[in-house]
Design a protein around this ligand. Structure first.
Ligand SMILES: Cc1cc2nc3c(=O)[nH]c(=O)nc-3n(C[C@H](O)[C@H](O)[C@H](O)COP(=O)(O)OP(=O)(O)OC[C@H]3O[C@@H](n4cnc5c(N)ncnc54)[C@H](O)[C@@H]3O)c2cc1C
Length: 374
């Protein structure tokens, strides 16, 4: 019998748990540990902020969902991992002390390093949890004129919600008859092409931004926020009346002491095995792969890790390998919506499609998660 511990109840952890429960016999024990009993469907948070759906549409109870799949669920905060002793140290929660494992799947996502931008915590809205998205939604409902600044701080690595917020705001202001009273500016450290690593994607996005009169300012590495302005490390500043920023990201601090990571992002091979640790896999935003961080990547990594963990238990070499592809929809609330597919490792030109269909497809994707996992 093997004890398998999965850390993190997000896209990566949930899919790894589901796959392992399907693949392994009943003699093995699978436990998922996460700090919250709720799964959050992050791609739905822009719609939540704009009042297009409710809290219960973007979140569901993980404990019930895991029980149906014979996975034990523990609500607890992970402090750190001790790979030599095969133990996870719990800071607080439903259990205390240490949890033993034979195999570990690490899926703790990203840490928001808000402390790296002075004034971020006090003045900026963000969209990286349900409560903050709702708070941003309140600010949007009070905003009628001036300048909206939306962007990514250095190392945020999540461009999709930035563009979707700008498009959704333009659409809302249009519906209210207030579009000509608001200037919408997207800011970020990199040019458009670099954010998605592809010139065709950049052209499609730039056309969509132009058609909705949204300006894009690159070379804008934010390092300070005040109550009415954002400032950069290279001396630029712009004033705002509404501000939504994605803060800098970092990997999970729970492995920082082990020397197996880079800015706390864990080094793994294409079988999703952690380099420098035994019987340990890592999936999702916490791994040290280049390019943007995305939910569908976490899902595909979890499928690969589950297949290889099963093979390892049976004494076999890895049977599955991950390829780092980006497949995403940028919902521009209508016919400007973009679907893109790019293989990041081979860097072949992306395949890009555009049309109203993709806006609809993104909403269906959310419904799919709710139906399958809730
Ligand atoms: C607003 C927004 C929109 C997005 N849109 C898209 C999109 O359109 N398409 C796309 O592909 N991706 C999108 N993403 C990115 C996607 O949501 C992430 O890539 C995905 O959530 C990563 O999954 P994960 O399992 O690695 O991490 P997460 O989903 O963040 O899960 C991590 C889990 O670990 C838990 N945890 C963290 N630390 C601890 C600890 N110390 N102890 C216990 N538990 C802990 C958390 O509570 C969470 O349950 C979006 C993200 C946001 C924020």
């Amino acid at each position: 019998m093997a004890k398998i511990l999965i850390l993190g109840g997000g896209f990566g952890g949930v899919v790894a748990a589901e796959r392992l429960a399907e693949q392994l016999g009943d003699e093995h024990q699978i436990t998922l540990v996460s700090r919250s009993r709720n799964f959050v469907f992050y791609p739905g948070l822009v719609r939540l902020a704009f009042g297009k759906c409710q809290r219960e549409d973007v979140s569901f109870n993980l404990r019930e969902s895991m029980l149906n799949r014979r996975v034990n669920f523990i609500e607890a905060e992970v402090a750190r991992v001790d790979p030599l002793e095969h133990k996870v140290i719990i800071a607080h929660g439903e259990v205390e002390g240490k949890l033993h494992y034979d195999y570990l799947v690490f899926a703790l996502g990203r840490r928001l390093a808000t402390e790296r931008v002075r004034g971020f915590y006090e003045h900026a809205h963000h969209l990286l949890n349900v409560d903050k998205a709702l708070k941003f939604g309140n600010a949007i409902s009070r905003f009628h004129e001036g300048r909206a600044v939306i962007g990514q701080c250095p190392n945020a690595r999540m461009p999709v919600p930035v563009y979707e917020t700008a498009f959704a705001l333009a659409r809302l202001l249009e519906e209210r008859g207030e579009r000509d009273r608001v200037r919408i500016t997207i800011v970020g450290p990199e040019p458009l092409g670099l954010q998605f690593g592809d010139s065709e994607v950049a052209t499609a996005l730039q056309n969509a931004l132009n058609s909705q009169d949204i300006e894009f300012l690159s070379g804008f590495p934010i390092d300070r926020v005040t109550s009415d302005a954002v400032m950069t490390s290279n001396g630029r500043a712009i004033n705002y009346n509404l501000l939504m920023l994605l803060p800098p990201f970092q990997g999970s601090p729970a492995i920082l002491h082990l020397g197996i990571s880079d800015d706390a992002y864990i080094n793994v091979d294409s079988a999703m095995r952690v380099l420098g640790a035994e019987r340990m896999y890592a999936v999702g935003d916490c791994v040290n792969f280049g390019g943007p961080k995305m939910g569908h990547m976490a899902v595909r990594q979890a499928v690969v890790a589950a297949a290889n963990l099963e093979a390892e238990i049976e004494g076999h070499a890895p049977v599955s390998h991950y390829s780092h592809e980006m497949r995403t929809i940028i919902d521009a609330s209508g016919s400007d919506s973009i679907y893109l597919h790019k293989d990041i490792w081979t860097n072949e030109p992306a395949s890009v499609r555009q049309g109203r269909f993709w806006s609809w497809a993104k909403r269906v994707q959310g419904k799919y998660w709710e139906t399958v996992y809730a």
